[in-house]
Design a protein around this ligand. Structure first.
Ligand code: COA
Length: 290
C-alpha cells in the first residue's frame, strides 16, 4: 500500500529549502515532497546532468519551483556559490537539509588515509561547510531558519566496516546538538533524522554490492519486518522543517522500524525461540524460583 503524504497541502508554502544530494535517492524523495507542500527547492550535487534531469522531472511531477545547482560540498567556495545562487533565484533561504553523503564498506585496515579522509571530507566537513555558510548568512540577516541533518542509527553506536562514515556521522550528530544550543538564540533550529534501512539504488549498490543484498536481508533485522518507504522519511523531514515543529530543537528522530534497538537488547535473540517451546521454558523458569 502506498504511503500517503502526512502534512496539509500548504505546510511548507513560502519556504525555500536547500537539499544537498537532492537529485537522487532519499534526497530527491524528500525534496519532491517539499515541492508538493508548496516549498521552493534548491537541489545541489556534483553532477549537473543528473541534477538537471531530476529537476525537470520533479517540476513536472509537482508543479513546484526548483533550482538545480552544481556544488561539491567539500569546497567551501562552491558552497558560498550555492547560497548566492539560491538567494539570486528565491531571495531568501529558510532551511538547509544536509543530506549529501559518501560511504562504502571496507575492513578499516584496508583503508588508505585518503580513503578515510574522503568520507570525513564529504560527510562531516561538507555538512560543516554548508552549515557555517548558511548559518552565518542567517545570523547576519537576523533571520530565523532551520537545519536538518540526515545521520544514521550507527551515529549512536558506531559501526564496523563503515568506520569513516560512523565517525563522521557521529560528528554531525554532535554538530546538530551543539548548534541547537548555541544558535537557538538566533531562532535557528538544528535537528537530525537517523534513518534505518531505506533502500536506494546508489546506497544499496555501494553498501550491499553483488548478492550481499540477498544475504543481508534487512527485512529480517527489523522488528516491523520491512524496510522503510521513502515517503515515510519525507513525511518526517517535512514535519521537522515545518512550523509545526517550531519548538523541536536539538532532537534526533530515529526512523528504523526498531532496528537498532533490536540489535542492542540482550534478549532480543529470543525471537528465534519457537512458540511451543515457551510452555516448557515457562515451567523451567517457575521451577527455578521454587
Ligand atoms: N575500498 C577501499 N578504498 C576505496 C574504495 C573502496 N571500496 N572506494 C574508494 N576508495 C578510496 C580510493 O582508493 C581513494 O583512496 P587512494 O587515493 O588512497 O587510493 C579514496 O578512497 C578516494 O576515492 P575517490 O574515488 O578518489 O573519491 P571520490 O571523491 O571520487 O568518491 C566516494 C567518493 C568514494 C565516497 C564515492 O563512492 C562517491 O562519490 N560517493 C558518493 C555517493 C555516496 O557514496 N552516497 C552515499 C551512499 S550510502
Amino acid at each position: 500500500m502506498a504511503v500517503a503524504g502526512a502534512l496539509r497541502d500548504d505546510a511548507l508554502r513560502g519556504k525555500t529549502i536547500v537539499v544537498t544530494g537532492g537529485g537522487t535517492g532519499l534526497g530527491r524523495a524528500m525534496a519532491t515532497y517539499f515541492l508538493r507542500l508548496g516549498a521552493q527547492v534548491v537541489i545541489a550535487s556534483r553532477k549537473l546532468d543528473v541534477l538537471e534531469a531530476a529537476a525537470k522531472e520533479m517540476a513536472a511531477d509537482t508543479g513546484g519551483e526548483i533550482l538545480p545547482v552544481v556544488c561539491d560540498i567539500r569546497d567551501s567556495g562552491q558552497v558560498e556559490q550555492l547560497l548566492a545562487k539560491s538567494l539570486e533565484r528565491f531571495s531568501r533561504v529558510d532551511a538547509l537539509l544536509n543530506n549529501a553523503a559518501g560511504n562504502f564498506i571496507s575492513p578499516t585496515e584496508r583503508l588508505s588515509a585518503n580513503a578515510f579522509g574522503t568520507i570525513i571530507d564529504i560527510v562531516l566537513k561538507g555538512t560543516a561547510n554548508c552549515t557555517l555558510t548558511f548559518g552565518k548568512h542567517w545570523i547576519a540577516h537576523q533571520q530565523s531558519a532551520s537545519i536538518l541533518n540526515i545521520v544514521t542509527t550507527y551515529a549512536f553506536t558506531g559501526s564496523a566496516y563503515v568506520v569513516p562514515s560512523a565517525a563522521a556521522k557521529g560528528g554531525v550528530l554532535a554538530l546538530t546538538r551543539s548548534l541547537a544550543v548555541e544558535w537557538g538564540k538566533y531562532g535557528i533550529r538544528s535537528n537530525a533524522i537517523a534513518p534505518g534501512p531505506f533502500p536506494t539504488k546508489g546506497a544499496w549498490e555501494r553498501l550491499l554490492p553483488g548478492d550481499l543484498a540477498q544475504q543481508f536481508d534487512f527485512k529480517k533485522r527489523v522488528p516491523l519486518k520491512r524496510v522503510g518507504d521513502h515517503q515515510e522519511l519525507a513525511n518526517l523531514a517535512a514535519f521537522l522543517l515545518s512550523d509545526f515543529a517550531g519548538y523541536i530543537n536539538g532532537e534526533v528522530v530515529t526512523i528504523d522500524g526498531g532496528e537498532w534497538l533490536q540489535g542492542a537488547g540482550q534478549f532480543s535473540g529470543l525471537e528465534a525461540v519457537p512458540g511451543d517451546l515457551w510452555d516448557d521454558l515457562e515451567k523451567m523458569t517457575r521451577q527455578a524460583k521454587s
